[in-house]
Write a protein that binds this ligand. Structure first.
Ligand SMILES: Cc1cc2nc3c(=O)[nH]c(=O)nc-3n(C[C@H](O)[C@H](O)[C@H](O)COP(=O)(O)O)c2cc1C
Length: 442
C-alpha cells in the first residue's frame, strides 16, 4: 500500500532561487502585490496541497541591495489569503524571541477563526544579530537561552488558546449570556520570562490549537520539536541524512508521551522541472548564471555567521570555526561547511549549490523523476512529505501542481480531494483534547 504523504508549499517572493527575480519567468514587482500571493495559494489549493507557508525575519539584512525580499508580515498576508481560499492550510512564521505570548496567541487564534480552522505557526527563535539590533539588544541571545524562552513562550500560548472552553460561547440573546458562566479561565502564568494572567480575548479557535511547526535541527532544536512540534521543516540534502534525521526525531517522541505519527517530518526540495532531464538541468543553470557574486558572498557570510565577503570566489572555502562556537543557525552552518569540506570545492561552486534554496536540496528532472525521488524518500523512511520550494514563482509551483501532483495521485501517494476542512485534519492530526477543568486556574 502506498504511504499517503503531505505537501506544503513554502512560498517566498517570486521564488526560492536567489536570482529568481532576475529571470524572465518571473515578474519582480509581484513581491509587492497581494494578488500574486493569493493566486499562488489558489494554485496550491488546486493541487490539494496540505498547506502554504511563509518564512519571516525581523530585519532587512545585508542582502537588500541585491535581492528582492519577502516583504509582507506572514499573519497579515495569510489573513488576506484566507479570504480567497477555502481549504488549504496557512502557516505563518512568528518569533518567540521578539513577541509577547499574549499578542501572538491572539493573532494566531484570530487567523484560525478567520480561515475556519486553517492556521498554523512556524515557531522560530530568531538567530540573527540584525534582528536583535531592532529589538534593543546588543547581540543575539545565546542558543540555549533562545530555546528556553521558546519553551516557556509556547507553553503560555497553548494555555491561552485553552483558556476558553470549547462550548464557552452560547450567544443566548434571551438569557443575556454571551458565554456560559465559568467557561472562560485565567491562566495565571508566572515564569522566568513571562507573567500572563489571561484569559485570551479570543474564543477557542476552530482547531482548538493552530498547528505547531518548527525547523531547528540542533540538539536543542530537535528536543524542542519532540516536545511541541506537529510538523518539522528540515534541510537534509541526501536520503541517508534524511533517514538519520527522521529516525532521530521520531525516536525522541516517546519520551514525551507522543507517538511517531504525531509529528510529520517534511524535508525541503527545490525542484527544477522540465520535459527532459537535460532541459531541467539547463533551466537550473540559467538561474545559477544570474547569481550576483556580491550577493552570494554576503548571503554565505550571513548563513555561516562568518565574514566572507572578501574571499576569493575561485579558491576553496577558508577554514571555518567549530560548530560549538556558533550561536546562530547551527544546522545550516554545518550543512554549508560540509559542502566545502573536501578543500577542493571552490567558493563559487558552494555558492552555486546553495543558490537554489539557501542550502535546501535542489533536484532537476522530469515530472516522473521528481515524483520518483519524492516517493523514494517517503518509502525509504526519510520523510512524511515535503516542503516544496519552487525555485521561481508562479511557474515553478504551477508545473509541480499540474505535472508532479497528478503522478503522485495516480500512484496513490496523494489525495485527489480534500478529506478534511482544517489544517490539522489535512495532516491527520487530531484536535488536542480539551483540558479538564482542574487544569485551569480560575
Ligand atoms: C524550511 C525552514 C524554514 C525556516 N524559516 C525560518 C524563518 O522563517 N525565520 C527564522 O528566523 N528561521 C527560520 N528557519 C530557521 C530555524 O527556525 C532554525 O533557527 C534553524 O533551523 C536553526 O536551528 P538550530 O540552531 O536548532 O539548528 C527555518 C529553517 C528551515 C529549515
Amino acid at each position: 500500500m502506498p504511504k499517503p504523504f503531505h505537501l506544503n508549499a513554502f512560498l517566498m517572493g517570486v521564488g526560492h532561487h536567489e536570482a529568481a527575480w532576475r529571470h524572465p519567468r518571473t515578474n519582480a514587482e509581484d513581491v509587492l502585490d497581494v494578488r500574486h500571493f493569493q493566486r499562488l495559494a489558489q494554485v496550491a489549493e488546486r493541487g490539494r496541497l496540505d498547506s502554504i507557508f511563509f518564512a519571516d525575519g525581523l530585519a532587512v539584512g545585508p542582502r537588500v541591495a541585491h535581492n528582492v525580499q519577502q516583504v509582507f508580515e506572514p499573519i497579515t498576508l495569510l489573513s488576506a489569503i484566507s479570504a480567497v481560499t477555502d481549504r488549504i492550510g496557512l502557516i505563518a512564521t512568528a518569533s518567540t524571541g521578539y513577541n509577547d505570548p499574549y499578542t501572538l496567541a491572539r493573532k494566531l487564534a484570530s487567523l484560525d477563526h478567520l480561515s475556519g480552522g486553517r492556521g498554523g505557526w512556524n515557531i522560530v527563535t530568531s538567530a540573527g544579530a540584525a534582528e536583535a539590533a531592532n529589538y534593543g539588544l546588543d547581540g543575539t541571545p545565546d542558543h540555549a537561552g533562545r530555546y528556553a524562552r521558546a519553551d516557556e513562550f509556547v507553553e503560555v500560548v497553548e494555555r491561552l488558546w485553552e483558556s476558553w472552553d470549547a462550548d464557552a460561547v452560547v450567544l443566548d440573546e434571551e438569557g443575556g449570556w454571551f458565554t456560559r458562566p465559568d467557561s472562560v479561565h485565567e491562566v495565571g502564568h508566572e515564569g522566568e520570562h513571562f507573567r500572563v494572567r489571561g484569559p485570551l480575548n479570543v474564543p477557542r479557535s476552530p482547531q482548538g490549537r493552530p498547528l505547531l511547526v518548527q525547523a531547528g535541527s540542533s540538539e536543542a532544536g530537535k528536543e524542542f520539536a519532540a516536545r511541541h512540534a506537529e510538523a518539522v521543516f528540515t534541510a537534509q540534502r541526501t536520503i541517508e541524512e534524511g533517514r538519520d534525521f527522521y529516525r532521530d526525531l521520531k525516536a525522541r517522541l516517546a519520551a514525551h508521551g507522543r507517538s511517531a505519527d504525531e509529528l510529520k517530518v517534511l524535508p525541503g526540495i527545490v525542484p527544477f522541472i522540465a520535459a527532459t532531464e537535460a532541459e531541467a538541468r539547463e533551466l537550473e543553470e540559467e538561474f545559477t548564471r544570474l547569481i550576483s557574486p556580491a550577493y552570494a558572498l554576503s548571503q554565505l557570510s550571513q548563513m555561516l555567521g562568518v565574514e566572507l565577503t572578501e574571499v576569493d570566489l575561485d579558491g576553496p572555502l577558508p577554514p571555518l570555526p567549530d560548530v560549538s562556537s556558533i550561536e546562530t543557525n547551527k544546522s545550516r552552518f554545518e550543512l554549508v561547511k560540509a559542502l566545502g569540506a573536501d578543500g577542493r570545492t571552490t567558493v563559487r561552486e558552494v555558492v552555486a549549490k546553495l543558490g537554489g534554496g539557501r542550502g535546501h536540496r535542489t533536484f532537476a528532472g522530469t515530472p516522473e523523476q521528481v515524483a520518483d525521488d519524492l516517493v523514494d524518500w517517503v518509502e525509504g523512511g526519510a520523510a512524511d512529505g515535503f516542503n516544496v520550494m519552487a525555485p521561481y514563482l508562479p511557474g515553478g509551483l504551477e508545473v509541480f501542481v499540474d505535472e508532479v501532483v497528478p503522478i503522485l495521485q495516480d500512484r496513490g501517494y496523494f489525495r485527489t480531494e480534500y478529506e478534511a476542512s482544517t489544517l490539522r485534519g489535512h495532516y491527520g492530526l487530531l484536535e488536542p483534547a480539551e483540558p479538564t477543568a482542574d487544569v485551569h486556574v480560575a
